[in-house]
Design a protein around this ligand. Sequence first.
Ligand code: 13P
Length: 344
Amino acid sequence: MSGHELAAVAQAMVAPGKGILAADESTGTIEKRFAGIKVESTEENRRAYRDMLFTAKGLERSISGVILYDETMRQKSADGTPFVEVLAKKGIVPGIKVDTGAKDLALCPGEKVTEGLDNLAKRCAEYVKMGARFAKWRAVITIGADTPGSTCIAANAHALGRYAAICQAAGLVPIVEPEVLMDGDHTIERCEEVTEWTLKAVYEALYLNRVTLEHSVLKPSMVISAKNCPRQAGVDEVAERTVRILKRTVPAAVAGIVFLSGGQSDEVATAHLNAMNRMFAGRLPWPLSFSYGRALQQPALKAWKGSAANVAAAQAALLHRARMNGLACRGRYSPDLETQPLAA
Ligand code: 13P
């Protein structure tokens, strides 16, 4: 792909009022999600679940791209059409998770580094042939009493820089995802400090690896209180602190920012995104959108329960969440819209 094409893909991924559906759960992760609804994680059940998501009518109104997992990339809809084609026909850009997971970081207890650089160029070339136009790599940073350390930040930033360069050379737009986990009891102030440090290191690594920022998308976590922190910051505080740190660390050339939900409830994740777009409308160099996994899929998964009879209800639940988040991209969401039916 030429530079122009990469730029066009990156722009399409963050088109106004649209965001990305992260449906790239690894086999291990989807098994956990299915366990929650008591559905066995067979290849056919995983296929049927993704079929339900991708064939939801009108999904393209608020979804610009979908992140797939290797197995899903090779699967087909019930009528025999490959999923990649199902999405492309709707004008939804297909993407692929290319990391092979976060593994223990040697000599750094409790910390992880994401693997998958070996053979990455070759794997990217195959995904491009199959129709993928962007990729995703997730790094995880754990906040604890003595973590993160600089070894963890440097190792993860380096891997993200190498990954992004390899993707661009292969013709894929990289989604650069450094996730600061919300597990634990740390304060929002500590999350802010660690997020700033992480993003500074990530953009230095992208520069060292010659990554073209205009052809990349950032997928950060929000600056938020940890799950078990006694003081839970409110929506406006999360929005203010998150945007402050992004302004300090993310170059204006980056095509767009799409947040992960990271364990926030679906409505809270929507409210946070909406507050940022409402408070900072017209004053930011990049669009702020979403690339939610759980916060988009949770209600649909619960409605589906593994049964073909529930497909329509599950799709309605997905479309509703997608629409709420699409509105949040424009700062036009409000909680009372949650109970309004989808307009025809
Ligand atoms: P969540 O929104 O559930 O955090 O998932 C997004 C994702 O792609 C994590 O890598």
